[in-house]
Design a protein around this ligand. Structure first.
Ligand code: AN7
Length: 355
């Protein structure tokens, strides 16, 4: 795919200089990356911040942040001769893997926890023609199986334990520094398997080294209270949360997350499902941003810190990791829709509205 003028869109084209590409790496793109950074209209003050910006990773081609890293992981797998890829997923990784596999004409196997993946994400895995294995167990067990299976069979693992995923994902930190002219003071981000926070931290560190930023943000990661192993300091056997994307009890990049927290002077805290849904609703009703529940966790964390008077102003960026359309069932459960039936005429609508 190419645009009519200039460099084609996509992470491999825009960020070739900071990625592990060779001449033999296929220049794969679905137009991922280069996502909007939008200033908050309403929540900034509630969070006790001077500036709050939202990075709309929901604008990526499959509707989540995963595409940035997946495009690199799949391109490198194809370069290495892979004919098939595999991942375990709470839904977004599988949607992304399935899309890029379809694009490359290779096979994609996805292992998902039965009954715990949002409807939109399942629809994507189906649409892109992936081979779907609904496993009896949670994400952590599915990832263990995927790791062993990909060692045993000629299939490339494209979970974020694959370093190419992290390499591609770090490009979002570069985009933020470019858009703001420097790193923000705070980065707020949901934490599940912890690949994303690990990648952002790597990206911000590289931005400082390369003189693209004068310092780095304090990394603030937020887990769901029922799935907060890093906060508790021990794996959770049976993670539970409305935010199914981050329903993860033993994150693969645990060390990366704690390093980001400790080296940046940040924190990793838990937010309750209630707080997540409050932020989910505020983002929709006050900002016009429809995200999936997991994506609201970072904003829920900032709202909590704001209420507690712990944000101390400054400029924060919250990563909105996935689109609200991914999870229509949570939207249906959260809102009592205000829908009135009417005849399709001026009089009919006026009567229905009481005008
Ligand atoms: C919307 O798709 O783990 O901490 O298998 O879908 O890097 O795992 C998804 C995670 C945040 C957490 N927001 O990111 C998967 C999966 C959304 C997500 C996260 C996920 P990581």
């Amino acid at each position: 795919m190419s645009t009519t003028t200039g460099t084609p869109r996509g992470v491999l084209f825009q960020w070739a200089g900071i990625l592990p590409l060779t001449e033999r790496t296929p220049r794969l793109t679905l137009g991922e990356g280069d996502t909007p950074l939008v200033r908050s209209a309403a929540l900034e003050g509630l969070c006790g911040l001077d500036e709050l910006w939202f990075k709309l990773e929901s604008c990526n081609p499959t509707g989540s942040f995963k595409d940035r890293g997946m495009v690199v992981a799949v391109a490198k797998a194809v370069e290495a001769g892979a004919k098939a890829i595999m991942c375990a997923s709470t839904g977004n990784t599988s949607a992304s893997a399935a899309a890029y596999a379809a694009r490359c004409g290779i096979e994609c196997f996805v292992l998902v926890p039965g009954g715990k993946v949002a409807a939109g994400k399942m629809a994507q895995a189906v649409a892109f023609g992936s081979r779907i294995l609904e496993v009896e167990g949670n994400f952590d067990q599915a990832l263990n199986a995927a790791r062993e299976l990909t060692e045993k069979h000629p299939v490339a693992l494209v979970n974020s334990v694959n370093p190419h995923r992290i390499a591609g994902q770090k490009t979002a930190a570069f985009e933020i520094c470019e858009a703001l002219g420097d790193a923000p003071d705070v980065l707020a981000i949901p934490v599940g398997n912890a690949g994303n926070i690990t990648a952002y931290w790597k990206g911000f560190c590289e931005c400082t080294e390369l003189g693209r930023a004068s310092g780095h943000p304090r990394m603030m990661g937020f887990q769901a209270a029922g799935a907060a192993p890093i906060v508790h300091g021990a794996p959770i056997e049976q993670p539970q949360t409305v935010a199914t994307a981050i329903r993860i009890g033993n994150p693969a990049s645990w060390q990366g997350a704690t390093a980001a927290r400790d080296e940046s002077g940040g924190l990793i805290a838990a937010v309750t499902d209630e707080e997540i849904l409050e932020a989910y609703e505020l983002l929709a009703r006050r900002e016009g941003l429809f995200v999936e529940p997991a994506s609201a966790a970072g904003v829920a964390g900032l709202l909590r810190l704001g209420r507690e008077g712990r944000t101390r102003g400054g400029r924060a960026v919250a990563i909105l990791t996935g689109n609200g359309l991914k999870d229509p069932d949570t939207a249906a459960a959260q809102y009592s829709p205000d829908i009135t039936r009417a005849k399709a005429t001026v009089e009919g609508v006026e009567r229905a509205l009481g005008w």
